[in-house]
Design a protein around this ligand. Structure first.
Ligand code: UD1
Length: 423
């Protein structure tokens, strides 16, 4: 298994091109099941997760092809005929996004058997919102033997779905299902994340009638069929945020190309409070780290436009060496602090009080062997390794490969001493 090795203490300088969004490309690929025509997605990242999902879609009957090599490269999905409506446990347990095929399968084939995703390292992650929403659209759902068995004889019917709280995944699935349901659906408390807007925009290009993207209420007029489309995926705000934090953490000076400040949402003001300088250049976002230590800054994770849960761990990386005590509160997932133990191995001073991590900034971190525990925790260890004195060795980097494209190449190109070793 590969390890990432980092010699810390080098300020990052130069330019990094931000990749296409992982959290958008996965639901976009799933949306390819809604039509028998070809869906072309451009600017897609090359990730372990996209390859896993390609296999899942392939088993259901879709032809999934990567094309091109370099900026603008992409993937096409063509599900002319669905040969199966079953997504087994082996796939869904490997990658939660596979569960989302439930919506398109039910909408197009009027039936689906999809394994429950089960728990995962960051929390229990139930699926009640998905199931209640699809039932409201007329689906008969039986959960048995770890599977969701769903049928919608005669097709899904439009419904009003009031989510009790914001769920990104349930919004993706219900939005896709409503596109082919008969009548006008209204989804309240919908997620307004840029990735949901991106998926909705692609669905519109496929012929869907969706109103209210980017707000908490979606109104969707079902259509009889959707067509193919050619769509460029939004850039990855979570990857961009992790790089911005790595730049700040190393007192660096880097332009992140292909994005603007809006995409970072609540991270931008938090980084300014922490002492970083951010300015738009026309081609991207210029990030300059604080001259001295960062300033301790509190954050609380919330649905968009609040502070993203996916940036909670990376932000904690920066706070490890901040001047003062920062309180970092996680409200989306109940167990998303596994990185705390690993950061402690590098010398960080962090204690946990319920949903809040209290980070007392230390002058320095020191390199050590650490272990990646999940996708966003693993990038935090990279950030901490870049700050630390000496060598940090990160094991279980398959977590990192799920969501960050060629991270060691991108960081080496801006001066980091980082490389991959095969064990
Ligand atoms: C969530 C994050 C998303 C992030 C992703 C991966 C939010 C709102 N969502 O999306 O930004 O990219 O994790 O880290 O920040 N829930 C239920 N029942 C359901 C569905 C969800 O109780 O049927 C709960 C979840 O357990 C969680 C919360 O709702 O506590 C938000 O979940 P959801 O947005 O669905 O999770 P993801 O789509 O994975």
């Amino acid at each position: 298994m590969d390890e990432i090795v980092i010699e810390g203490g080098v300020p990052l300088r130069g330019e990094i091109a931000v990749s296409g969004s992982k959290n958008a490309v996965l639901p976009l690929m799933v949306a390819g099941l809604l039509t028998d025509e070809k869906l072309v997605l451009r600017g897609t990242p090359r990730l372990a997760d996209t390859r896993t999902l390609a296999k899942v879609l392939g088993e259901l009957g879709a032809a999934v092809e990567e094309f091109g090599d370099g900026p603008g490269e992409g993937v096409s999905v063509q599900a002319t005929d669905l040969v199966s409506t079953r997504a087994p446990y082996e796939w869904v347990s490997k990658m939660r996004a596979s569960f989302w095929v439930l919506g398109p399968l039910l909408a197009r084939a009027h039936q689906a058997q999809v394994s429950l995703p089960g728990g995962c390292a960051i929390g229990t992650r139930p699926v009640d919102l998905y199931l209640n929403g699809l039932e409201a659209m007329g689906a008969d759902i039986v959960v048995e033997g770890g599977y969701v068995n769903a049928t919608a004889k005669g097709g899904l019917k439009a419904a009003r779905v009031d989510f009790p709280f914001v769920s990104v995944g349930a919004t993706h699935v219900l939005m896709m299902a409503a596109c082919l349901a008969k009548g006008t659906s209204v989804i309240t408390n919908a997620a307004s994340e840029p990735e949901v807007v991106d998926v909705g925009t692609c669905l519109q290009a496929m012929g869907a009638k969706i109103d209210g993207l980017g707000t908490r209420t979606l109104t969707i007029d079902g259509v009889a069929r959707l067509s193919g489309a050619d769509h460029t995926v939004t850039r990855d705000r979570i990857e961009a945020g992790a790089f911005a934090l790595a730049v700040a953490a190393t007192h660096g000076d880097v332009t992140l190309t292909g994005i603007d400040e809006n995409l970072l949402g609540a991270l931008a003001p938090a980084m300014r409070l922490a002492g970083a300088e951010l300015s738009e250049t026309g081609t991207g976002l210029h990030v300059k780290g604080p001259r001295g230590r960062a300033i301790a800054t509190p954050v609380t994770t919330e649905p968009y436009p609040g502070f993203a849960t996916d940036l909670q761990a990376p932000f904690m990386g920066l706070m490890c060496c901040a001047d003062g005590v920062s309180r970092i509160r996680e409200t989306i997932f109940e167990n998303r602090f596994m990185h705390v133990q690993e950061l402690a191995r590098l010398g960080a001073d962090i204690s946990l009080e319920g949903d809040t991590a209290i980070v007392t900034g230390v002058e320095k971190l020191f390199g050590a062997p650490v272990m990646a525990t999940d996708l966003r925790a693993s990038v935090t260890l990279v950030i901490a390794g870049l700050m630390a004195e000496g060598q940090t060795r990160i094991a279980r980097v398959y977590h990192l490969d799920r969501g960050y494209e060629r991270i060691e190449e991108k960081l080496s190109a801006v001066g980091a001493k980082i490389w991959r070793e095969s064990q």
